[in-house]
Design a protein around this ligand. Structure first.
Ligand SMILES: Cc1ncc(COP(=O)(O)O)c(C=O)c1O
Length: 371
Protein backbone atom coordinates (compact mmCIF):
# COMPACT_ATOMS: atom_id res chain seq x y z
CA UNK A 1 0.00 0.00 0.00
CA UNK A 2 1.21 3.51 -0.85
CA UNK A 3 2.58 5.46 2.15
CA UNK A 4 0.59 8.57 3.11
CA UNK A 5 2.45 11.73 4.05
CA UNK A 6 2.01 12.05 7.82
CA UNK A 7 -0.57 14.44 9.23
CA UNK A 8 0.39 15.07 12.84
CA UNK A 9 -2.32 14.04 15.30
CA UNK A 10 -2.83 15.89 18.58
CA UNK A 11 0.13 15.51 20.97
CA UNK A 12 -2.07 14.37 23.85
CA UNK A 13 -3.13 11.27 21.90
CA UNK A 14 0.36 9.83 22.50
CA UNK A 15 -0.73 9.25 26.11
CA UNK A 16 -3.78 7.24 25.11
CA UNK A 17 -3.58 3.48 24.85
CA UNK A 18 -6.40 2.01 22.80
CA UNK A 19 -9.02 0.25 24.92
CA UNK A 20 -8.26 -3.46 25.24
CA UNK A 21 -11.58 -5.28 25.42
CA UNK A 22 -11.86 -8.88 26.57
CA UNK A 23 -11.37 -11.22 23.60
CA UNK A 24 -14.68 -11.53 21.73
CA UNK A 25 -16.38 -14.91 21.66
CA UNK A 26 -16.02 -15.36 17.88
CA UNK A 27 -12.26 -14.72 18.05
CA UNK A 28 -11.81 -17.19 20.90
CA UNK A 29 -13.63 -19.87 18.97
CA UNK A 30 -11.48 -19.28 15.91
CA UNK A 31 -8.16 -18.97 17.70
CA UNK A 32 -8.48 -22.00 20.01
CA UNK A 33 -10.78 -24.13 17.84
CA UNK A 34 -13.47 -24.19 20.54
CA UNK A 35 -17.19 -24.58 20.05
CA UNK A 36 -18.43 -23.28 23.42
CA UNK A 37 -17.17 -20.22 25.26
CA UNK A 38 -17.89 -18.95 28.77
CA UNK A 39 -17.34 -15.20 28.93
CA UNK A 40 -16.96 -13.82 32.44
CA UNK A 41 -14.79 -10.87 31.50
CA UNK A 42 -16.95 -7.77 31.06
CA UNK A 43 -19.41 -7.79 33.98
CA UNK A 44 -22.37 -8.39 31.70
CA UNK A 45 -25.68 -9.86 32.81
CA UNK A 46 -25.40 -13.59 32.03
CA UNK A 47 -29.19 -14.00 31.72
CA UNK A 48 -29.38 -11.83 28.60
CA UNK A 49 -32.20 -9.41 27.79
CA UNK A 50 -35.74 -10.43 28.73
CA UNK A 51 -38.26 -11.59 26.08
CA UNK A 52 -40.23 -8.36 26.80
CA UNK A 53 -37.26 -6.28 25.67
CA UNK A 54 -36.71 -8.34 22.55
CA UNK A 55 -40.40 -7.93 21.64
CA UNK A 56 -40.25 -4.17 22.24
CA UNK A 57 -37.17 -3.84 20.01
CA UNK A 58 -38.85 -5.85 17.24
CA UNK A 59 -41.90 -3.61 17.55
CA UNK A 60 -39.77 -0.50 17.08
CA UNK A 61 -38.05 -1.72 13.89
CA UNK A 62 -40.60 -0.35 11.36
CA UNK A 63 -39.84 3.21 12.51
CA UNK A 64 -36.10 2.97 11.86
CA UNK A 65 -36.25 5.48 9.00
CA UNK A 66 -37.01 8.21 11.61
CA UNK A 67 -34.37 9.97 13.69
CA UNK A 68 -34.56 9.17 17.39
CA UNK A 69 -35.86 11.64 19.97
CA UNK A 70 -32.89 13.91 20.64
CA UNK A 71 -34.18 14.68 24.15
CA UNK A 72 -34.98 11.03 25.07
CA UNK A 73 -38.16 12.52 26.55
CA UNK A 74 -40.09 9.36 27.47
CA UNK A 75 -37.07 7.58 28.89
CA UNK A 76 -36.21 10.61 31.03
CA UNK A 77 -39.80 10.79 32.32
CA UNK A 78 -39.64 7.15 33.42
CA UNK A 79 -36.21 7.61 34.98
CA UNK A 80 -37.25 10.81 36.74
CA UNK A 81 -40.24 9.00 38.29
CA UNK A 82 -38.13 6.12 39.47
CA UNK A 83 -35.24 8.19 40.81
CA UNK A 84 -37.37 10.99 42.30
CA UNK A 85 -35.70 13.77 40.36
CA UNK A 86 -36.96 15.95 37.50
CA UNK A 87 -36.23 15.23 33.81
CA UNK A 88 -34.03 18.36 33.90
CA UNK A 89 -31.70 16.49 36.28
CA UNK A 90 -31.09 13.83 33.61
CA UNK A 91 -28.93 13.32 30.54
CA UNK A 92 -29.11 10.07 28.55
CA UNK A 93 -26.04 8.93 26.64
CA UNK A 94 -24.70 6.24 24.35
CA UNK A 95 -23.58 4.16 27.33
CA UNK A 96 -21.86 5.44 30.46
CA UNK A 97 -18.63 5.62 28.46
CA UNK A 98 -20.00 8.41 26.30
CA UNK A 99 -21.05 10.31 29.40
CA UNK A 100 -17.48 10.18 30.76
CA UNK A 101 -16.19 11.56 27.47
CA UNK A 102 -18.82 14.32 27.45
CA UNK A 103 -18.00 15.28 31.04
CA UNK A 104 -14.32 15.52 30.08
CA UNK A 105 -15.09 17.66 27.03
CA UNK A 106 -17.30 19.92 29.11
CA UNK A 107 -14.98 20.59 32.02
CA UNK A 108 -11.34 19.84 31.26
CA UNK A 109 -8.95 22.42 29.81
CA UNK A 110 -5.35 21.41 29.08
CA UNK A 111 -3.42 21.05 32.38
CA UNK A 112 -6.60 20.88 34.47
CA UNK A 113 -6.55 17.97 36.92
CA UNK A 114 -8.75 15.03 37.77
CA UNK A 115 -8.41 13.02 40.97
CA UNK A 116 -8.92 9.27 40.63
CA UNK A 117 -8.60 6.55 43.26
CA UNK A 118 -6.62 3.59 41.95
CA UNK A 119 -7.15 0.89 40.81
CA UNK A 120 -10.40 1.80 39.09
CA UNK A 121 -12.25 1.97 35.78
CA UNK A 122 -9.94 3.16 32.99
CA UNK A 123 -12.29 5.47 31.07
CA UNK A 124 -11.78 8.39 33.47
CA UNK A 125 -8.11 8.53 32.48
CA UNK A 126 -9.02 8.20 28.83
CA UNK A 127 -11.32 11.26 29.01
CA UNK A 128 -8.65 13.28 30.80
CA UNK A 129 -5.90 12.34 28.33
CA UNK A 130 -8.17 13.23 25.45
CA UNK A 131 -8.39 16.77 26.76
CA UNK A 132 -4.71 17.04 27.71
CA UNK A 133 -5.61 17.10 31.41
CA UNK A 134 -3.47 15.75 34.25
CA UNK A 135 -4.39 12.64 36.25
CA UNK A 136 -3.72 12.52 39.97
CA UNK A 137 -4.14 8.98 41.24
CA UNK A 138 -4.76 8.18 44.89
CA UNK A 139 -4.15 4.55 45.91
CA UNK A 140 -7.01 2.76 47.61
CA UNK A 141 -6.18 1.45 51.09
CA UNK A 142 -4.82 -2.07 51.62
CA UNK A 143 -8.32 -3.60 51.69
CA UNK A 144 -9.28 -1.47 48.67
CA UNK A 145 -11.29 0.94 50.82
CA UNK A 146 -11.52 4.58 49.72
CA UNK A 147 -9.11 6.92 51.47
CA UNK A 148 -11.20 10.09 51.87
CA UNK A 149 -8.50 12.27 53.44
CA UNK A 150 -5.96 11.27 50.77
CA UNK A 151 -8.51 12.06 48.03
CA UNK A 152 -9.12 15.50 49.54
CA UNK A 153 -5.38 16.07 49.92
CA UNK A 154 -4.85 15.39 46.20
CA UNK A 155 -7.19 18.23 45.19
CA UNK A 156 -5.42 21.41 44.04
CA UNK A 157 -6.67 24.66 42.53
CA UNK A 158 -6.41 22.97 39.09
CA UNK A 159 -8.73 20.12 40.06
CA UNK A 160 -12.06 20.09 38.21
CA UNK A 161 -13.27 16.52 38.66
CA UNK A 162 -13.03 13.83 41.33
CA UNK A 163 -14.08 10.40 40.09
CA UNK A 164 -15.43 7.90 42.62
CA UNK A 165 -16.49 4.52 41.32
CA UNK A 166 -18.81 2.86 43.84
CA UNK A 167 -19.04 -0.13 43.78
CA UNK A 168 -15.55 0.14 42.37
CA UNK A 169 -14.50 -1.72 39.26
CA UNK A 170 -12.34 -3.92 39.62
CA UNK A 171 -12.36 -4.28 43.43
CA UNK A 172 -16.11 -4.45 44.23
CA UNK A 173 -15.58 -2.20 47.27
CA UNK A 174 -17.72 0.90 47.89
CA UNK A 175 -17.73 4.34 49.43
CA UNK A 176 -20.06 4.61 52.43
CA UNK A 177 -22.69 7.35 52.76
CA UNK A 178 -20.77 8.68 55.75
CA UNK A 179 -17.49 8.91 53.81
CA UNK A 180 -19.18 10.55 50.83
CA UNK A 181 -20.83 13.09 53.16
CA UNK A 182 -17.45 13.86 54.76
CA UNK A 183 -15.83 14.25 51.36
CA UNK A 184 -18.56 16.49 49.97
CA UNK A 185 -18.60 18.70 53.05
CA UNK A 186 -14.88 19.37 52.68
CA UNK A 187 -14.82 19.68 48.90
CA UNK A 188 -13.41 22.98 47.67
CA UNK A 189 -15.68 25.12 45.49
CA UNK A 190 -15.39 24.52 41.77
CA UNK A 191 -14.85 20.75 41.97
CA UNK A 192 -17.45 18.32 40.61
CA UNK A 193 -17.62 14.79 42.03
CA UNK A 194 -18.51 12.17 39.43
CA UNK A 195 -19.94 9.19 41.28
CA UNK A 196 -19.91 6.23 38.94
CA UNK A 197 -22.72 3.99 40.18
CA UNK A 198 -22.76 1.65 37.17
CA UNK A 199 -23.02 -1.35 39.53
CA UNK A 200 -25.24 0.29 42.19
CA UNK A 201 -28.14 -2.14 41.72
CA UNK A 202 -26.06 -5.01 43.08
CA UNK A 203 -24.98 -3.18 46.24
CA UNK A 204 -26.63 -4.44 49.42
CA UNK A 205 -24.74 -2.66 52.24
CA UNK A 206 -27.02 -0.47 54.40
CA UNK A 207 -24.61 2.43 54.17
CA UNK A 208 -24.24 2.25 50.38
CA UNK A 209 -25.48 5.27 48.45
CA UNK A 210 -25.94 5.79 44.72
CA UNK A 211 -25.25 9.47 45.39
CA UNK A 212 -28.61 10.56 43.95
CA UNK A 213 -29.77 11.72 47.40
CA UNK A 214 -26.83 14.18 47.34
CA UNK A 215 -27.85 15.44 43.90
CA UNK A 216 -31.35 16.10 45.28
CA UNK A 217 -29.83 18.03 48.17
CA UNK A 218 -27.92 20.28 45.77
CA UNK A 219 -24.37 18.98 46.22
CA UNK A 220 -21.93 19.20 43.26
CA UNK A 221 -22.30 15.54 42.35
CA UNK A 222 -22.99 13.89 39.03
CA UNK A 223 -24.14 10.28 39.30
CA UNK A 224 -23.48 7.93 36.38
CA UNK A 225 -25.61 4.85 35.80
CA UNK A 226 -25.98 2.40 32.95
CA UNK A 227 -28.36 -0.08 31.34
CA UNK A 228 -25.40 -2.32 30.45
CA UNK A 229 -25.21 -4.28 33.69
CA UNK A 230 -28.31 -5.41 35.61
CA UNK A 231 -30.61 -4.39 32.73
CA UNK A 232 -28.62 -6.63 30.34
CA UNK A 233 -28.40 -4.09 27.50
CA UNK A 234 -24.62 -3.66 27.04
CA UNK A 235 -24.89 -4.26 23.29
CA UNK A 236 -27.38 -1.50 22.60
CA UNK A 237 -25.60 1.25 24.57
CA UNK A 238 -27.59 3.36 27.03
CA UNK A 239 -26.30 5.13 30.11
CA UNK A 240 -27.29 8.29 31.91
CA UNK A 241 -26.19 10.99 34.29
CA UNK A 242 -28.09 12.57 37.20
CA UNK A 243 -26.99 16.01 38.34
CA UNK A 244 -28.16 19.54 39.08
CA UNK A 245 -29.86 20.98 35.96
CA UNK A 246 -27.09 23.60 35.61
CA UNK A 247 -24.52 20.79 35.23
CA UNK A 248 -26.73 18.94 32.75
CA UNK A 249 -27.21 22.11 30.68
CA UNK A 250 -23.45 22.53 30.32
CA UNK A 251 -22.89 18.93 29.23
CA UNK A 252 -25.75 19.13 26.73
CA UNK A 253 -23.68 21.63 24.73
CA UNK A 254 -21.22 18.91 23.70
CA UNK A 255 -23.74 16.11 23.14
CA UNK A 256 -24.40 14.94 19.57
CA UNK A 257 -28.09 15.44 18.70
CA UNK A 258 -28.91 11.76 18.10
CA UNK A 259 -26.53 10.04 20.50
CA UNK A 260 -29.05 7.46 21.76
CA UNK A 261 -30.63 5.44 18.96
CA UNK A 262 -34.35 4.70 18.91
CA UNK A 263 -34.02 0.97 19.64
CA UNK A 264 -31.89 1.77 22.66
CA UNK A 265 -34.50 4.23 23.96
CA UNK A 266 -37.27 1.66 23.51
CA UNK A 267 -35.22 -1.08 25.15
CA UNK A 268 -34.32 1.07 28.16
CA UNK A 269 -37.93 2.19 28.74
CA UNK A 270 -39.08 -1.43 28.62
CA UNK A 271 -36.26 -2.57 30.91
CA UNK A 272 -37.29 -0.05 33.58
CA UNK A 273 -40.77 -1.59 33.68
CA UNK A 274 -39.53 -5.17 33.69
CA UNK A 275 -39.24 -5.64 37.45
CA UNK A 276 -39.41 -9.42 37.17
CA UNK A 277 -36.26 -9.66 35.02
CA UNK A 278 -34.45 -7.18 37.24
CA UNK A 279 -35.26 -9.19 40.38
CA UNK A 280 -34.26 -12.43 38.69
CA UNK A 281 -30.89 -10.99 37.68
CA UNK A 282 -30.29 -9.77 41.22
CA UNK A 283 -31.19 -13.12 42.80
CA UNK A 284 -29.04 -15.07 40.36
CA UNK A 285 -26.12 -12.74 41.01
CA UNK A 286 -26.42 -13.11 44.79
CA UNK A 287 -26.52 -16.92 44.46
CA UNK A 288 -23.66 -16.97 41.96
CA UNK A 289 -21.48 -14.71 44.08
CA UNK A 290 -22.01 -16.99 47.10
CA UNK A 291 -21.25 -20.06 44.98
CA UNK A 292 -17.91 -18.51 43.93
CA UNK A 293 -17.09 -17.30 47.47
CA UNK A 294 -17.70 -20.81 48.86
CA UNK A 295 -15.50 -22.38 46.20
CA UNK A 296 -12.70 -19.82 46.74
CA UNK A 297 -12.86 -20.40 50.51
CA UNK A 298 -12.54 -24.10 49.94
CA UNK A 299 -9.60 -23.64 47.53
CA UNK A 300 -7.91 -21.05 49.79
CA UNK A 301 -8.08 -18.35 47.14
CA UNK A 302 -8.36 -14.94 48.82
CA UNK A 303 -10.92 -12.54 47.38
CA UNK A 304 -12.44 -9.15 48.11
CA UNK A 305 -16.06 -9.19 49.27
CA UNK A 306 -17.93 -7.54 46.41
CA UNK A 307 -20.96 -5.26 46.26
CA UNK A 308 -21.15 -5.98 42.57
CA UNK A 309 -21.49 -8.64 39.86
CA UNK A 310 -17.79 -9.46 39.76
CA UNK A 311 -15.16 -10.66 42.23
CA UNK A 312 -11.50 -9.75 42.42
CA UNK A 313 -9.62 -12.90 43.47
CA UNK A 314 -5.94 -13.29 44.33
CA UNK A 315 -4.49 -16.35 42.63
CA UNK A 316 -0.85 -15.53 43.46
CA UNK A 317 2.27 -15.53 41.26
CA UNK A 318 0.72 -18.01 38.79
CA UNK A 319 -2.37 -15.86 38.16
CA UNK A 320 -1.23 -15.01 34.63
CA UNK A 321 -0.69 -18.69 33.78
CA UNK A 322 -4.06 -19.69 35.21
CA UNK A 323 -5.76 -16.90 33.29
CA UNK A 324 -4.12 -18.06 30.04
CA UNK A 325 -4.89 -21.75 30.64
CA UNK A 326 -8.53 -20.90 31.29
CA UNK A 327 -8.61 -18.86 28.10
CA UNK A 328 -7.36 -21.83 26.12
CA UNK A 329 -10.12 -23.93 27.68
CA UNK A 330 -12.72 -21.42 26.51
CA UNK A 331 -13.24 -19.46 29.74
CA UNK A 332 -12.57 -15.73 29.43
CA UNK A 333 -11.83 -13.77 32.61
CA UNK A 334 -10.09 -10.40 33.07
CA UNK A 335 -6.42 -10.58 34.11
CA UNK A 336 -5.47 -8.06 36.81
CA UNK A 337 -2.28 -6.78 35.17
CA UNK A 338 -4.45 -4.11 33.47
CA UNK A 339 -4.76 -2.51 36.92
CA UNK A 340 -1.23 -3.29 38.10
CA UNK A 341 -2.51 -6.39 39.95
CA UNK A 342 -0.61 -9.26 38.26
CA UNK A 343 -1.52 -11.76 40.99
CA UNK A 344 -5.24 -11.11 40.62
CA UNK A 345 -8.02 -12.06 38.23
CA UNK A 346 -11.41 -10.34 38.01
CA UNK A 347 -14.27 -12.75 37.51
CA UNK A 348 -17.75 -11.67 36.42
CA UNK A 349 -20.46 -13.71 38.10
CA UNK A 350 -22.01 -16.00 35.48
CA UNK A 351 -24.99 -18.35 35.54
CA UNK A 352 -24.79 -21.06 38.21
CA UNK A 353 -23.82 -23.54 35.51
CA UNK A 354 -21.07 -21.31 34.10
CA UNK A 355 -19.70 -20.68 37.59
CA UNK A 356 -19.63 -24.41 38.27
CA UNK A 357 -17.63 -25.11 35.11
CA UNK A 358 -15.23 -22.31 36.03
CA UNK A 359 -14.75 -23.68 39.56
CA UNK A 360 -14.08 -27.17 38.22
CA UNK A 361 -11.46 -25.85 35.80
CA UNK A 362 -9.75 -23.75 38.47
CA UNK A 363 -9.59 -26.82 40.72
CA UNK A 364 -7.87 -28.80 37.98
CA UNK A 365 -5.46 -25.99 37.14
CA UNK A 366 -4.44 -25.43 40.76
CA UNK A 367 -3.19 -29.03 40.73
CA UNK A 368 -1.44 -28.72 37.34
CA UNK A 369 -0.09 -25.15 37.58
CA UNK A 370 -0.16 -24.52 41.35
CA UNK A 371 -0.63 -21.14 42.96
C1 LIG B 1 -17.41 1.37 36.46
C2 LIG B 1 -18.00 1.46 35.11
N1 LIG B 1 -18.54 2.61 34.72
C3 LIG B 1 -19.08 2.76 33.51
C4 LIG B 1 -19.09 1.72 32.63
C5 LIG B 1 -19.63 2.02 31.26
O1 LIG B 1 -20.63 1.19 30.89
P1 LIG B 1 -21.41 1.43 29.53
O2 LIG B 1 -20.61 2.34 28.67
O3 LIG B 1 -21.57 0.08 28.96
O4 LIG B 1 -22.71 2.06 29.95
C6 LIG B 1 -18.54 0.49 32.97
C7 LIG B 1 -18.50 -0.64 32.03
O5 LIG B 1 -17.92 -1.65 32.22
C8 LIG B 1 -17.97 0.36 34.25
O6 LIG B 1 -17.39 -0.78 34.65
Amino acid sequence: MKQLPTTQSRKTLEKIQSYQPGMPIWEMKKRYGLSHIIKLASNENPLGPSPKIIRAILGALPELHRYPDTHTTTLKEHLADQLEVTPEHLLVTNGGDELIKLISETYLETEDEIVVPSPTFGEYEFGAHLMGAVIKTVPLEADYAFHVSAILAAITNRTKLVYLCSPNNPTGTYLSRQDLTALLNQLPDGVLVVLDAAYSHYATADDYTTGIEFVRQGYPVLVLQTFSKIYALAGIRVGFGVAHPSVIQKILKVKEPFNVNSLAQTAAITALGDVEHFEKALTENTKGRKQLYDAFDEMNIPYTVSMSNFILAKFGPNAGKIYQELLERGIILRYGDTWGLPEHIRISVGTLEENQILIQNIRELLIIVGK
